[in-house]
Design a protein around this ligand. Structure first.
Ligand code: NG6
Ligand code: CA
Length: 501
Protein backbone atom coordinates (compact mmCIF):
# COMPACT_ATOMS: atom_id res chain seq x y z
CA UNK A 1 0.00 0.00 0.00
CA UNK A 2 1.18 3.51 -0.79
CA UNK A 3 2.13 5.25 2.43
CA UNK A 4 0.84 8.77 3.01
CA UNK A 5 4.43 10.00 3.12
CA UNK A 6 5.28 8.47 -0.24
CA UNK A 7 2.06 9.78 -1.71
CA UNK A 8 2.82 13.24 -0.45
CA UNK A 9 6.41 13.14 -1.69
CA UNK A 10 5.07 12.05 -5.07
CA UNK A 11 2.51 14.82 -5.16
CA UNK A 12 4.97 17.44 -4.09
CA UNK A 13 7.37 16.24 -6.76
CA UNK A 14 4.66 16.50 -9.43
CA UNK A 15 3.65 19.96 -8.29
CA UNK A 16 7.20 21.35 -8.20
CA UNK A 17 7.90 19.90 -11.65
CA UNK A 18 4.81 21.60 -13.00
CA UNK A 19 5.74 24.90 -11.37
CA UNK A 20 9.28 24.86 -12.68
CA UNK A 21 8.12 23.81 -16.14
CA UNK A 22 5.86 26.83 -16.27
CA UNK A 23 8.16 29.32 -14.66
CA UNK A 24 10.48 31.29 -16.89
CA UNK A 25 14.08 30.34 -16.25
CA UNK A 26 16.37 32.70 -14.42
CA UNK A 27 19.11 33.84 -16.76
CA UNK A 28 22.68 34.56 -15.74
CA UNK A 29 25.17 35.81 -18.30
CA UNK A 30 28.67 35.55 -16.83
CA UNK A 31 30.99 37.68 -18.92
CA UNK A 32 34.67 37.08 -18.24
CA UNK A 33 37.11 39.69 -19.49
CA UNK A 34 39.99 38.85 -21.87
CA UNK A 35 39.67 35.12 -21.22
CA UNK A 36 41.11 33.12 -24.11
CA UNK A 37 39.89 30.00 -25.86
CA UNK A 38 42.79 28.04 -24.39
CA UNK A 39 42.59 29.37 -20.83
CA UNK A 40 40.29 26.71 -19.33
CA UNK A 41 40.90 23.05 -18.72
CA UNK A 42 37.55 22.24 -20.35
CA UNK A 43 38.96 23.81 -23.52
CA UNK A 44 42.15 21.81 -23.46
CA UNK A 45 44.43 23.77 -21.12
CA UNK A 46 46.76 21.36 -19.38
CA UNK A 47 48.80 23.75 -17.24
CA UNK A 48 45.84 25.07 -15.28
CA UNK A 49 42.75 23.48 -13.74
CA UNK A 50 39.41 25.27 -13.70
CA UNK A 51 37.15 22.75 -11.96
CA UNK A 52 34.10 24.95 -11.45
CA UNK A 53 33.93 26.18 -15.02
CA UNK A 54 34.63 22.63 -16.19
CA UNK A 55 31.64 21.50 -14.14
CA UNK A 56 29.49 24.12 -15.81
CA UNK A 57 30.67 22.76 -19.17
CA UNK A 58 30.01 19.17 -18.15
CA UNK A 59 26.47 20.03 -17.11
CA UNK A 60 25.63 21.86 -20.32
CA UNK A 61 26.93 22.50 -23.83
CA UNK A 62 30.49 23.49 -24.61
CA UNK A 63 30.64 25.49 -27.84
CA UNK A 64 33.90 25.33 -29.76
CA UNK A 65 33.14 27.81 -32.55
CA UNK A 66 31.36 30.62 -30.71
CA UNK A 67 32.52 34.20 -30.95
CA UNK A 68 32.47 37.51 -29.17
CA UNK A 69 31.34 40.18 -31.61
CA UNK A 70 34.59 42.16 -31.41
CA UNK A 71 38.15 41.67 -30.27
CA UNK A 72 37.88 44.33 -27.55
CA UNK A 73 35.53 45.02 -24.69
CA UNK A 74 33.36 48.06 -25.39
CA UNK A 75 32.18 47.02 -28.87
CA UNK A 76 31.55 43.41 -27.79
CA UNK A 77 29.42 44.54 -24.88
CA UNK A 78 27.59 47.09 -27.00
CA UNK A 79 26.71 44.35 -29.50
CA UNK A 80 25.66 41.86 -26.83
CA UNK A 81 23.32 44.29 -25.09
CA UNK A 82 21.82 45.87 -28.23
CA UNK A 83 21.93 43.06 -30.80
CA UNK A 84 23.53 45.55 -33.16
CA UNK A 85 27.11 45.45 -34.44
CA UNK A 86 29.12 48.15 -32.70
CA UNK A 87 30.99 48.89 -35.93
CA UNK A 88 27.76 50.31 -37.35
CA UNK A 89 28.04 53.16 -34.87
CA UNK A 90 30.93 55.56 -34.32
CA UNK A 91 32.27 56.09 -30.82
CA UNK A 92 31.98 52.45 -29.79
CA UNK A 93 35.72 51.73 -29.51
CA UNK A 94 37.45 51.10 -26.18
CA UNK A 95 35.89 53.86 -24.03
CA UNK A 96 37.79 56.15 -21.66
CA UNK A 97 36.59 56.13 -18.05
CA UNK A 98 34.81 59.47 -18.38
CA UNK A 99 32.90 58.67 -21.58
CA UNK A 100 29.20 59.47 -21.79
CA UNK A 101 26.77 56.55 -22.09
CA UNK A 102 27.39 54.97 -25.48
CA UNK A 103 24.11 53.10 -25.88
CA UNK A 104 21.46 55.52 -27.20
CA UNK A 105 18.43 55.75 -24.96
CA UNK A 106 16.09 54.98 -27.85
CA UNK A 107 17.95 51.76 -28.69
CA UNK A 108 16.10 48.64 -27.54
CA UNK A 109 18.33 46.63 -25.22
CA UNK A 110 18.35 43.02 -24.10
CA UNK A 111 17.66 43.88 -20.43
CA UNK A 112 14.72 46.09 -21.52
CA UNK A 113 13.30 43.22 -23.53
CA UNK A 114 13.66 40.97 -20.48
CA UNK A 115 12.02 43.54 -18.22
CA UNK A 116 9.07 43.53 -20.57
CA UNK A 117 9.00 39.76 -20.30
CA UNK A 118 8.60 40.11 -16.54
CA UNK A 119 12.22 39.79 -15.41
CA UNK A 120 14.06 41.61 -12.67
CA UNK A 121 17.31 42.67 -14.28
CA UNK A 122 20.65 43.34 -12.60
CA UNK A 123 24.11 44.34 -13.83
CA UNK A 124 27.09 43.56 -11.63
CA UNK A 125 30.71 44.13 -12.60
CA UNK A 126 32.58 45.81 -15.39
CA UNK A 127 30.49 48.27 -17.40
CA UNK A 128 32.76 50.05 -19.90
CA UNK A 129 29.87 51.44 -21.96
CA UNK A 130 30.11 55.01 -20.71
CA UNK A 131 27.95 56.81 -18.17
CA UNK A 132 26.13 60.10 -17.99
CA UNK A 133 25.09 62.68 -20.56
CA UNK A 134 27.20 64.24 -23.29
CA UNK A 135 30.34 65.56 -21.61
CA UNK A 136 30.44 62.60 -19.20
CA UNK A 137 29.14 61.91 -15.73
CA UNK A 138 29.17 64.01 -12.56
CA UNK A 139 30.94 61.66 -10.16
CA UNK A 140 29.68 63.68 -7.20
CA UNK A 141 26.04 63.68 -8.12
CA UNK A 142 23.54 61.42 -9.80
CA UNK A 143 25.40 59.37 -12.37
CA UNK A 144 22.91 58.92 -15.16
CA UNK A 145 21.94 57.86 -17.73
CA UNK A 146 23.58 54.48 -17.22
CA UNK A 147 22.53 50.86 -16.67
CA UNK A 148 19.24 51.81 -14.98
CA UNK A 149 18.20 53.92 -17.94
CA UNK A 150 18.87 51.17 -20.49
CA UNK A 151 16.91 48.38 -18.84
CA UNK A 152 18.50 47.26 -15.59
CA UNK A 153 16.59 47.48 -12.30
CA UNK A 154 19.79 47.33 -10.30
CA UNK A 155 23.46 47.93 -10.98
CA UNK A 156 26.74 47.68 -9.12
CA UNK A 157 29.54 48.45 -11.53
CA UNK A 158 33.14 49.27 -12.23
CA UNK A 159 32.49 52.31 -14.46
CA UNK A 160 35.07 51.44 -17.14
CA UNK A 161 37.92 49.00 -16.48
CA UNK A 162 40.19 48.17 -13.57
CA UNK A 163 43.05 50.00 -15.23
CA UNK A 164 41.10 53.21 -15.85
CA UNK A 165 40.09 55.90 -13.38
CA UNK A 166 37.89 56.48 -11.47
CA UNK A 167 38.76 53.48 -9.28
CA UNK A 168 35.43 53.43 -7.48
CA UNK A 169 32.29 51.32 -7.66
CA UNK A 170 29.01 52.86 -8.73
CA UNK A 171 25.80 51.41 -7.30
CA UNK A 172 22.72 52.51 -9.20
CA UNK A 173 23.25 56.28 -9.57
CA UNK A 174 25.91 56.89 -6.93
CA UNK A 175 29.56 56.31 -6.19
CA UNK A 176 29.74 53.78 -3.35
CA UNK A 177 31.28 55.36 -0.24
CA UNK A 178 31.22 58.87 -1.70
CA UNK A 179 32.37 61.47 0.79
CA UNK A 180 30.94 65.03 0.46
CA UNK A 181 34.21 66.38 1.85
CA UNK A 182 36.32 64.71 -0.78
CA UNK A 183 34.76 65.30 -4.20
CA UNK A 184 35.92 63.21 -7.13
CA UNK A 185 37.40 64.68 -10.28
CA UNK A 186 38.52 62.70 -13.28
CA UNK A 187 40.45 63.71 -16.37
CA UNK A 188 41.71 61.96 -19.44
CA UNK A 189 43.50 65.09 -20.57
CA UNK A 190 45.45 67.30 -18.20
CA UNK A 191 46.24 66.01 -14.71
CA UNK A 192 43.75 66.87 -11.98
CA UNK A 193 45.11 67.34 -8.46
CA UNK A 194 48.66 66.60 -7.45
CA UNK A 195 48.63 62.96 -6.48
CA UNK A 196 51.63 60.91 -7.53
CA UNK A 197 51.62 59.37 -10.98
CA UNK A 198 53.30 56.28 -12.33
CA UNK A 199 55.34 58.45 -14.65
CA UNK A 200 56.77 60.73 -11.97
CA UNK A 201 56.87 58.34 -9.03
CA UNK A 202 57.57 54.84 -10.32
CA UNK A 203 59.21 54.06 -6.95
CA UNK A 204 55.74 54.05 -5.38
CA UNK A 205 54.42 51.29 -7.61
CA UNK A 206 53.85 47.71 -6.54
CA UNK A 207 53.28 46.79 -10.18
CA UNK A 208 55.35 48.47 -12.89
CA UNK A 209 53.87 49.34 -16.25
CA UNK A 210 55.10 48.04 -19.58
CA UNK A 211 53.10 50.44 -21.71
CA UNK A 212 51.00 53.49 -20.81
CA UNK A 213 49.16 53.11 -17.50
CA UNK A 214 51.37 55.78 -15.95
CA UNK A 215 48.87 58.32 -14.64
CA UNK A 216 47.33 58.50 -11.13
CA UNK A 217 48.49 55.85 -8.69
CA UNK A 218 45.68 54.12 -6.81
CA UNK A 219 46.48 51.26 -4.42
CA UNK A 220 50.09 51.18 -5.62
CA UNK A 221 49.03 50.69 -9.26
CA UNK A 222 49.13 53.50 -11.80
CA UNK A 223 46.19 53.82 -14.14
CA UNK A 224 45.04 55.28 -17.42
CA UNK A 225 43.69 58.74 -16.57
CA UNK A 226 43.93 61.11 -13.64
CA UNK A 227 41.71 61.30 -10.60
CA UNK A 228 41.64 63.18 -7.37
CA UNK A 229 39.38 62.90 -4.35
CA UNK A 230 37.16 60.00 -3.35
CA UNK A 231 39.92 58.57 -1.14
CA UNK A 232 37.49 56.56 1.00
CA UNK A 233 35.58 55.30 -2.02
CA UNK A 234 38.55 53.80 -3.87
CA UNK A 235 38.63 50.09 -4.35
CA UNK A 236 41.36 47.68 -3.35
CA UNK A 237 42.16 45.64 -6.45
CA UNK A 238 42.84 42.49 -4.44
CA UNK A 239 39.24 42.59 -3.16
CA UNK A 240 37.41 43.31 -6.41
CA UNK A 241 36.53 39.67 -7.16
CA UNK A 242 35.20 39.19 -3.62
CA UNK A 243 33.13 42.38 -3.75
CA UNK A 244 31.60 41.64 -7.15
CA UNK A 245 30.94 37.99 -6.34
CA UNK A 246 29.18 38.99 -3.11
CA UNK A 247 27.05 41.52 -4.99
CA UNK A 248 26.15 38.96 -7.65
CA UNK A 249 25.23 36.24 -5.18
CA UNK A 250 23.28 38.73 -3.03
CA UNK A 251 21.36 39.74 -6.11
CA UNK A 252 20.47 36.11 -6.77
CA UNK A 253 19.34 35.64 -3.17
CA UNK A 254 17.25 38.79 -3.16
CA UNK A 255 15.51 37.86 -6.38
CA UNK A 256 15.19 34.15 -5.80
CA UNK A 257 11.42 34.10 -6.07
CA UNK A 258 11.13 36.15 -9.26
CA UNK A 259 12.48 35.36 -12.65
CA UNK A 260 15.70 37.36 -12.81
CA UNK A 261 18.34 38.22 -15.37
CA UNK A 262 21.81 38.85 -14.00
CA UNK A 263 24.47 40.30 -16.25
CA UNK A 264 27.57 39.45 -14.25
CA UNK A 265 30.61 40.90 -15.87
CA UNK A 266 33.76 40.00 -13.97
CA UNK A 267 36.87 42.15 -13.74
CA UNK A 268 38.95 38.99 -14.11
CA UNK A 269 41.07 38.31 -16.03
CA UNK A 270 41.69 41.89 -17.24
CA UNK A 271 44.69 43.94 -16.12
CA UNK A 272 45.72 44.98 -13.56
CA UNK A 273 45.92 41.40 -12.37
CA UNK A 274 46.02 41.68 -8.60
CA UNK A 275 44.58 38.42 -7.25
CA UNK A 276 43.37 38.11 -3.70
CA UNK A 277 45.99 36.63 -1.36
CA UNK A 278 44.04 33.33 -1.42
CA UNK A 279 45.02 32.82 -5.06
CA UNK A 280 48.52 34.30 -5.14
CA UNK A 281 50.99 31.72 -6.45
CA UNK A 282 48.35 28.99 -6.63
CA UNK A 283 48.37 28.49 -10.39
CA UNK A 284 52.14 28.38 -10.79
CA UNK A 285 51.56 30.41 -13.95
CA UNK A 286 52.06 33.80 -12.37
CA UNK A 287 49.33 36.36 -11.76
CA UNK A 288 47.52 35.70 -15.02
CA UNK A 289 47.01 32.08 -14.00
CA UNK A 290 46.10 33.13 -10.46
CA UNK A 291 43.29 35.39 -11.67
CA UNK A 292 41.98 32.55 -13.85
CA UNK A 293 41.69 30.53 -10.62
CA UNK A 294 39.96 33.49 -9.00
CA UNK A 295 37.51 33.64 -11.91
CA UNK A 296 36.90 29.91 -11.53
CA UNK A 297 36.17 30.44 -7.85
CA UNK A 298 33.68 33.20 -8.73
CA UNK A 299 31.80 30.88 -11.08
CA UNK A 300 31.79 28.23 -8.36
CA UNK A 301 30.24 30.70 -5.89
CA UNK A 302 27.44 31.52 -8.32
CA UNK A 303 26.67 27.83 -8.84
CA UNK A 304 26.82 27.13 -5.11
CA UNK A 305 24.39 29.97 -4.43
CA UNK A 306 21.95 28.61 -7.01
CA UNK A 307 22.24 25.14 -5.47
CA UNK A 308 21.59 26.42 -1.96
CA UNK A 309 18.42 28.19 -3.15
CA UNK A 310 17.31 25.20 -5.26
CA UNK A 311 17.44 27.37 -8.36
CA UNK A 312 19.96 25.34 -10.33
CA UNK A 313 17.49 23.34 -12.36
CA UNK A 314 15.62 26.28 -13.82
CA UNK A 315 18.50 28.72 -14.27
CA UNK A 316 20.03 29.24 -17.68
CA UNK A 317 23.69 30.16 -17.35
CA UNK A 318 25.72 31.44 -20.25
CA UNK A 319 29.43 31.82 -19.60
CA UNK A 320 31.71 33.54 -22.09
CA UNK A 321 34.41 36.17 -22.61
CA UNK A 322 34.25 39.61 -24.24
CA UNK A 323 37.33 39.09 -26.40
CA UNK A 324 40.36 36.87 -26.78
CA UNK A 325 43.45 36.70 -24.58
CA UNK A 326 46.45 38.96 -24.11
CA UNK A 327 49.44 38.26 -21.92
CA UNK A 328 51.21 41.63 -21.62
CA UNK A 329 48.45 44.24 -21.71
CA UNK A 330 50.45 47.14 -20.34
CA UNK A 331 51.72 46.05 -16.92
CA UNK A 332 55.00 44.27 -16.24
CA UNK A 333 53.21 41.78 -13.97
CA UNK A 334 55.28 38.70 -14.77
CA UNK A 335 52.54 37.11 -16.90
CA UNK A 336 54.86 36.64 -19.88
CA UNK A 337 57.73 35.23 -17.85
CA UNK A 338 55.48 32.77 -16.01
CA UNK A 339 53.45 31.49 -18.91
CA UNK A 340 55.27 28.19 -18.58
CA UNK A 341 54.04 26.69 -21.84
CA UNK A 342 50.39 27.64 -21.28
CA UNK A 343 48.66 28.67 -24.55
CA UNK A 344 45.89 31.26 -23.92
CA UNK A 345 44.79 31.28 -27.57
CA UNK A 346 44.67 27.48 -27.85
CA UNK A 347 45.39 26.42 -31.44
CA UNK A 348 44.20 29.73 -32.87
CA UNK A 349 46.18 32.64 -34.25
CA UNK A 350 46.16 36.15 -32.77
CA UNK A 351 44.43 37.21 -29.56
CA UNK A 352 42.76 40.29 -28.11
CA UNK A 353 42.81 43.14 -30.70
CA UNK A 354 43.26 40.68 -33.59
CA UNK A 355 41.07 39.85 -36.58
CA UNK A 356 42.51 36.34 -36.54
CA UNK A 357 40.38 33.70 -34.83
CA UNK A 358 41.72 34.07 -31.29
CA UNK A 359 40.49 37.68 -31.24
CA UNK A 360 36.88 36.58 -30.90
CA UNK A 361 36.70 32.79 -30.67
CA UNK A 362 36.20 32.38 -26.95
CA UNK A 363 34.86 29.88 -24.44
CA UNK A 364 31.07 29.76 -24.60
CA UNK A 365 29.14 27.51 -22.25
CA UNK A 366 25.40 27.17 -21.89
CA UNK A 367 23.78 25.28 -19.05
CA UNK A 368 20.12 24.85 -18.13
CA UNK A 369 19.48 21.50 -16.47
CA UNK A 370 15.70 21.69 -16.95
CA UNK A 371 16.06 21.94 -20.72
CA UNK A 372 19.60 21.14 -21.89
CA UNK A 373 21.12 17.69 -21.96
CA UNK A 374 24.39 17.64 -20.05
CA UNK A 375 27.81 16.91 -21.42
CA UNK A 376 27.46 17.97 -25.03
CA UNK A 377 29.98 19.73 -27.18
CA UNK A 378 29.02 21.71 -30.29
CA UNK A 379 31.06 23.10 -33.16
CA UNK A 380 28.17 25.18 -34.50
CA UNK A 381 29.18 28.62 -35.74
CA UNK A 382 27.71 30.98 -33.16
CA UNK A 383 27.94 34.63 -32.13
CA UNK A 384 27.19 36.54 -28.96
CA UNK A 385 25.24 39.06 -31.01
CA UNK A 386 22.53 36.39 -31.29
CA UNK A 387 21.95 36.05 -27.55
CA UNK A 388 19.45 38.96 -27.63
CA UNK A 389 17.08 37.55 -30.30
CA UNK A 390 17.47 34.03 -28.90
CA UNK A 391 16.43 35.09 -25.40
CA UNK A 392 13.61 37.15 -26.90
CA UNK A 393 12.37 33.95 -28.56
CA UNK A 394 12.74 32.06 -25.30
CA UNK A 395 10.62 34.70 -23.53
CA UNK A 396 8.17 35.00 -26.41
CA UNK A 397 8.95 38.67 -26.95
CA UNK A 398 8.47 40.04 -30.43
CA UNK A 399 11.19 42.29 -31.72
CA UNK A 400 10.05 45.18 -33.85
CA UNK A 401 11.72 46.34 -37.04
CA UNK A 402 15.04 47.95 -36.15
CA UNK A 403 15.32 46.29 -32.74
CA UNK A 404 18.36 44.02 -32.32
CA UNK A 405 18.90 44.34 -36.08
CA UNK A 406 21.95 42.07 -36.32
CA UNK A 407 20.76 39.44 -33.87
CA UNK A 408 19.42 36.12 -35.17
CA UNK A 409 17.20 33.79 -33.21
CA UNK A 410 19.53 30.85 -32.54
CA UNK A 411 17.64 29.57 -29.52
CA UNK A 412 17.48 25.99 -30.77
CA UNK A 413 21.28 26.04 -31.17
CA UNK A 414 21.80 27.46 -27.69
CA UNK A 415 19.58 24.73 -26.26
CA UNK A 416 21.38 22.00 -28.17
CA UNK A 417 18.34 21.15 -30.31
CA UNK A 418 19.86 22.18 -33.62
CA UNK A 419 23.25 22.10 -35.30
CA UNK A 420 22.52 24.81 -37.79
CA UNK A 421 25.44 27.17 -38.25
CA UNK A 422 24.82 30.86 -38.24
CA UNK A 423 24.48 31.78 -41.90
CA UNK A 424 27.69 33.81 -41.68
CA UNK A 425 29.86 35.27 -38.95
CA UNK A 426 31.33 38.75 -38.84
CA UNK A 427 34.40 39.29 -36.69
CA UNK A 428 35.57 42.78 -35.80
CA UNK A 429 38.94 44.10 -34.70
CA UNK A 430 40.36 47.18 -36.45
CA UNK A 431 38.99 45.60 -39.60
CA UNK A 432 36.23 43.11 -40.42
CA UNK A 433 36.16 39.49 -41.50
CA UNK A 434 33.38 37.24 -42.65
CA UNK A 435 33.18 33.47 -42.23
CA UNK A 436 30.71 31.35 -44.17
CA UNK A 437 30.95 27.60 -44.32
CA UNK A 438 34.61 26.71 -44.40
CA UNK A 439 35.84 30.06 -45.72
CA UNK A 440 37.03 33.05 -43.76
CA UNK A 441 37.70 36.27 -45.61
CA UNK A 442 39.54 39.18 -43.99
CA UNK A 443 39.11 42.49 -45.75
CA UNK A 444 42.22 44.46 -46.68
CA UNK A 445 43.26 47.16 -44.24
CA UNK A 446 46.03 49.64 -43.57
CA UNK A 447 46.39 48.74 -39.89
CA UNK A 448 49.63 47.35 -38.44
CA UNK A 449 50.18 43.62 -38.86
CA UNK A 450 51.72 43.28 -35.43
CA UNK A 451 51.53 45.01 -32.05
CA UNK A 452 54.96 44.74 -30.51
CA UNK A 453 53.79 45.83 -27.06
CA UNK A 454 51.18 43.13 -26.65
CA UNK A 455 53.01 40.75 -29.03
CA UNK A 456 49.80 40.20 -30.97
CA UNK A 457 49.45 39.32 -34.64
CA UNK A 458 46.68 41.74 -35.48
CA UNK A 459 45.92 40.16 -38.85
CA UNK A 460 45.81 43.39 -40.84
CA UNK A 461 47.07 43.20 -44.40
CA UNK A 462 46.73 45.50 -47.40
CA UNK A 463 45.88 42.43 -49.46
CA UNK A 464 42.73 40.36 -49.04
CA UNK A 465 43.07 37.20 -46.97
CA UNK A 466 41.16 33.96 -47.39
CA UNK A 467 41.52 30.93 -45.15
CA UNK A 468 39.96 27.50 -45.33
CA UNK A 469 39.09 26.95 -41.68
CA UNK A 470 38.09 23.33 -42.28
CA UNK A 471 41.73 22.38 -42.76
CA UNK A 472 43.57 25.48 -41.54
CA UNK A 473 42.13 26.56 -38.18
CA UNK A 474 45.40 28.36 -37.43
CA UNK A 475 44.96 30.66 -40.48
CA UNK A 476 48.42 29.99 -41.80
CA UNK A 477 47.82 29.71 -45.55
CA UNK A 478 46.31 32.68 -47.34
CA UNK A 479 44.45 31.26 -50.35
CA UNK A 480 43.11 34.57 -51.69
CA UNK A 481 45.14 34.57 -54.89
CA UNK A 482 44.18 30.96 -55.56
CA UNK A 483 40.42 31.53 -55.22
CA UNK A 484 39.66 35.02 -56.55
CA UNK A 485 36.00 34.16 -57.20
CA UNK A 486 35.48 33.13 -53.56
CA UNK A 487 37.19 36.34 -52.43
CA UNK A 488 34.82 38.32 -54.65
CA UNK A 489 31.77 36.51 -53.34
CA UNK A 490 32.76 36.88 -49.68
CA UNK A 491 33.72 40.55 -50.10
CA UNK A 492 30.37 41.16 -51.80
CA UNK A 493 28.44 39.50 -48.98
CA UNK A 494 30.36 41.47 -46.37
CA UNK A 495 29.62 44.69 -48.24
CA UNK A 496 25.92 43.83 -48.37
CA UNK A 497 25.85 43.33 -44.61
CA UNK A 498 27.78 46.55 -44.06
CA UNK A 499 25.28 48.41 -46.23
CA UNK A 500 22.31 47.42 -44.07
CA UNK A 501 21.25 50.60 -42.33
C1 NG6 B 1 44.20 49.42 -24.03
C2 NG6 B 1 45.05 49.30 -22.77
C3 NG6 B 1 44.83 47.92 -22.19
C4 NG6 B 1 43.36 47.67 -21.97
C5 NG6 B 1 42.59 47.89 -23.25
C6 NG6 B 1 41.10 47.75 -23.11
C7 NG6 B 1 47.19 50.54 -22.82
C8 NG6 B 1 48.62 50.52 -23.22
N1 NG6 B 1 46.48 49.46 -23.11
O1 NG6 B 1 44.33 50.70 -24.56
O2 NG6 B 1 45.54 47.79 -21.00
O3 NG6 B 1 42.87 48.49 -20.96
O4 NG6 B 1 42.83 49.19 -23.74
O5 NG6 B 1 40.78 46.44 -22.80
O6 NG6 B 1 46.72 51.51 -22.24
S1 NG6 B 1 39.28 45.99 -22.91
O7 NG6 B 1 39.28 44.57 -22.59
O8 NG6 B 1 38.55 46.75 -21.94
O9 NG6 B 1 38.87 46.23 -24.28
CA1 CA C 1 38.03 42.65 -22.60
Amino acid sequence: MLSIKKFCVGLCFISTTIVSAQQKPNIIYIYADDLGYGDLSCYGATKIKTPNIDKLAAQGIRFTNAHATSATCTPSRFSLLTGKYAWRKTGTGVAPGDAALIIPLDQKTMPQMLQQAGYQTGAVGKWHLGLGPKGGPDWNGEIKPGPLEIGFNYSFIIPATGDRVPCVFVENHRVVGWDPNDSIFVSYGKPVGNEPTGKQNPELLKMKTSQGHDNTIVNGISRIGYMRGGKLARWTDEDIADVLTAKATDYIKQNKSKPFFLYFSTHDIHVPRAPNQRFVGKSRLGVRGDVILQLDWTVGQVMKTLDSLHLTNNTLIIFSSDNGPVVDDGYADGAVENLNGHTPSGIFRGGKYSIFEAGTRVPFLVKWPAKIKAGKSSDVLASQVDVFASLAALCKQNLKEGEAPDSFNQLSVLLGQSNKDREYLIEHAGTLSITKGKWKYIEPSDGAAYNKFTATELGNDKEPQLYDLSVDKGEKKNLASQYPEIVKEMAGLLQKIKDIK
